[in-house]
Design a protein around this ligand. Structure first.
Ligand code: NAP
Length: 312
């Protein structure tokens, strides 16, 4: 089995996770129109059958619906799964008890008594200090309701600060979940990738398929559903910008008899401390994405993308 460790913890997960933002989200993804509960249930089951048993969700996805669906699906599955969810540092949450209450509500929707990973969704510090927030999460690790702590969308300095606060409690900061794909490589320039390597923090790469662009299916008159309709990257001019990357992806896909999505996800896994968490709306997408595990591009092939940085 192709696995990865969450930072300096002893928690092992599959080398690729499955993102569940689109499970129940109407606002961005248009859940309930072109796909619904039956399809995402099949995505859950297909992912598990293909060995992708680590799922990423958040209390704000749906809102609440993504966690509820996962909870319901887990009840009918006999295979063990690992769940990562997220806490939103929102304006009305200004004390440690609000963190614990949010976790209680997530566990209730997920119908379980602990999660593998609990992440702070954004680095907002106006309402509650990082000290209060992370120390409350450390208490939850000690209580056993969280196995590991992560942050999300933190810059290099914020990640180091969170790492230091938790280190004083003897708990490693396991992950920083950030946007990272062949088409979104800002974390390389912003020193996040290097800092994570230095501190032994795993990066969970979100939007690893650039919300579908790296599947190479958005060409000609095929347009995406939901909010992506307004995204310039899915129009002719945007698609032209990414062609240099896609042409290498296509070539490697042909060489390995894989798909462009699998090559793009594999490139992320080749970075060493990166776990991609692609979204999947149905059985086919879940199984295809899981097929990025179990093999690797060569170092030379990974290097072919080194200078091909697209601004978006
Ligand atoms: N922490 C954060 O702030 C944050 C932000 C964003 C996302 N996330 C997490 O990261 C996960 C993934 O990111 P994402 O959903 O934004 O983008 P993504 O994984 O790059 O793209 C997902 C979309 O691409 C299409 N797709 C996926 N696999 C495919 C396949 N094999 N073949 C064809 N099409 C495929 C599907 O949409 P269509 O079929 O409609 O094209 C799917 O909804 C989320 O579910 C969430 O868990 C976290």
């Amino acid at each position: 089995m192709d696995t990865a460790t969450l930072g300096q913890t002893n928690i092992t997960v599959p080398a690729l996770g499955i993102g569940a933002w689109s499970w129940g989200d109407r606002l961005f993804w248009d859940y309930g129109s072109s796909y619904g509960k039956a399809e995402v249930r099949q995505a859950f089951e297909g992912a598990i059958a293909a060995g992708a048993t680590f799922f990423d969700t958040a209390e704000v996805y749906g809102p609440g619906t993504s966690e509820e669906l996962l909870g319901e699906f887990m009840k009918t599955s006999d295979r063990p799964v690992q769940i990562a969810t997220k806490y939103g540092p929102l304006p009305w949450r200004f004390s440690g008890s609000a963190v614990s209450e949010a976790l209680t509500a997530s566990l209730k929707r997920l119908q379980c008594d602990r999660v593998t990973l609990y992440q702070v969704h954004w680095p907002f510090t106006f309402f509650m200090s990082q000290e209060t927030l992370l120390n409350t999460l450390a208490d939850e690790v000690e209580k056993g309701r969280i196995e590991a702590i992560g942050v999300s969308n933190y810059d290099a300095d914020g990640m180091r600060q969170a790492y230091d606060i938790l280190a004083r409690r003897g708990i490693p900061l396991a992950v920083n979940q950030v946007r990272y794909s062949l088409l979104s490589r800002q974390i390389e320039a912003e020193n996040i990738l290097a800092t994570a390597k230095e501190l032994g923090i795993t990066l969970l790469a979100y939007s690893p398929l650039s919300q579908g662009l790296l599947t190479d299916k958005y060409r000609g008159d095929k347009t995406p559903q939901g909010a992506r309709k307004l995204d310039r990257r899915f129009r002719d001019s945007g698609l032209k910008d990414i062609e240099p990357v896609l042409s290498i992806v296509r070539e490697l896909a042909q060489k390995y008899s894989k798909t462009p999505a699998q090559v793009s996800l594999n490139w992320l896994m080749c970075q060493g401390n990166v776990i991609p968490i692609p979204g999947a709306k149905n059985d086919r997408q879940a199984r295809e994405n899981a097929g990025a595990m179990g093999w690797r591009l060569s170092a030379e092939e990974v290097n072919r993308f080194a200078e091909l940085k697209i601004k978006n």
